[in-house]
Design a protein around this ligand. Structure first.
Ligand code: UTP
Length: 407
């Protein structure tokens, strides 16, 4: 794209301010900025208007396989899952492209040391959990690690320095997710430097298209993979490639499954899994009506009682079927560092604009079916979002200790 093309496009879009410092840039910076403009998906900006108009469909409860049933059928589920794992049908996808802003740690979240007396990182915890299964199955499971432009190098370096936490590097693949621009409250694109638009990873919904772009879906096929277990980097008690979960999903014949925990209170801030217009769907805590939050069944239990913990199984075939469909774009208010009109860097203390994200929960809704699979919260859910308080390093350490992990 030439400077003239960029000028014209930006004028049409009301974004000409982003070339304000263009003449001060080195040649290399000029072409990098023009490339960023050429790659920009301006339709994302429409999401600011669209998200205000978005309406939900008819919401109903979605039956889960609950702990008593899982206990009863544990052996059957586990055997079915282990068989599939031994046949090479399962791969894992670690979502590690997030910025982890709430933690306030400027390295990849997975490299955060959760150990107190030992150098135990979050990544290492996760690999220990995965290796419990691979040891039991007697085979290795390929794992695909999604990073972002912002943390890719640091992540790969950390894996190398830590010897892949004892896992075989031939079974670990990295891929990078796409970035999305950020805007102020008037919808104006922000610059993070004179020659660079402010961008951030485009949310955790972009993982399958990024995996595809990286040529890794072909790799999955060549290995005979049929199921993917997607999980978040920041739950240190995450059970990865859980054979019983996989077995339950296979036996259910559904497109996939979601690990869920019983909500501790109607107001707990987790998304709940339900049915929306006949499809599985996740309603975020801030979207729930008072009725939905508090409604009880005849046993006195919350009707919408199962919260998701970002651990899902998908059939590869079902993912490929929905790939051509468009994922909704969510508009999220965030603190976005930028440079002001004078070119001075500003690090806001309060949210100052919007970022655009696609979310994995929308992929669930695109599927025909999904199996909510209940797990014991204290054994499988220790999210690290903040340093202290709820869902923090402190609470995760307590839970790790309670599960016998040496810190
Ligand atoms: P969160 O939604 O908690 O976001 O991510 P975050 O970026 O890690 O943390 P905050 O909100 O800035 O504090 C849930 C999971 O999704 C991944 C994260 O790495 C984490 O595993 N994620 C999130 C991505 O892989 N890419 C993204 O663009 C966003």
């Amino acid at each position: 794209m030439t400077k003239e093309d960029a000028d014209q496009l930006l004028r049409e879009k009301g974004q000409e301010h982003i070339l304000k410092f263009y003449d001060e840039l080195e040649d290399e910076q000029k072409s990098a900025l023009l490339q960023q403009i050429a790659d920009l998906d301006f339709s994302l900006l429409d999401a600011i208007r669209d998200s205000k108009e978005a309406k939900r469909g008819v919401i109903e409860p979605l039956g889960a396989v609950e702990i008593p049933e899982i206990e009863e059928r544990k052996e059957e589920f586990t055997e079915e899952g282990l068989k599939a794992i031994r046949e090479g049908k399962l791969a894992a996808v670690l979502l590690a492209g997030g910025m982890g802003t709430r933690l306030g740690f400027d390295k990849p979240k997975g490299s955060f040391i959760i150990g107190e007396t030992m150098e135990l990182s979050i990544f290492e915890c996760l690999f220990h959990n995965l290796m419990e299964v691979t040891d039991m199955a007697g085979v290795l499971i390929p794992i695909y690690v999604m990073t972002s432009e912002k943390n890719h190098e640091d992540t790969v370096l950390f894996f190398e320095e830590e010897n892949y936490f004892g896992y075989d590097p031939a079974y670990v693949h990295f891929f990078t997710q796409d970035m999305a621009p950020a805007v102020d409250y008037d919808g104006k694109l922000l610059l993070e430097e004179k020659g660079r638009l402010a961008t951030s990873p485009n949310g955790n919904g972009g993982w399958f298209s990024s995996l595809y772009k990286a040529g890794l879906v072909e790799d999955l096929h060549s290995r005979g993979v049929e199921f993917l277990n997607i999980f978040a980097v920041d739950n240190v008690l995450q059970r990865i490639a859980d054979p019983a979960f996989l077995g339950a999903v296979i036996l259910s014949g559904k497109d996939g499954g979601s690990k869920v925990v019983r909500k501790v209170s109607p107001d707990e801030r987790v998304g709940v899994l339900c049915s929306e217009d006949g499809h599985p769907s996740i309603v975020e805590y801030y979207e729930m009506t008072e009725d939905m939050r508090t409604l009880k069944d005849e046993k006195g239990e919350l009707v919408y009682r199962f919260g998701v913990i970002l651990n899902y199984l998908f059939r590869l075939e079902s993912l490929e079927e929905i790939m051509a469909k468009h994922l909704s774009v969510h508009v999220v208010e965030k603190k976005i560092p930028y440079i002001d009109d004078e070119g001075t860097p500003v690090k806001p203390e309060e949210p100052n604009g919007y970022k655009f994200e696609t979310l994995i929960l929308d992929m669930i809704h695109m599927m025909d079916s999904n199996l909510p699979y209940e797990v014991v919260r204290e054994k499988e859910f220790a999210p690290v979002k903040n340093l202290h308080g709820v869902d923090s390093v402190d609470s995760a350490r307590d839970l790790l200790r309670a599960n016998g992990v040496k810190l």
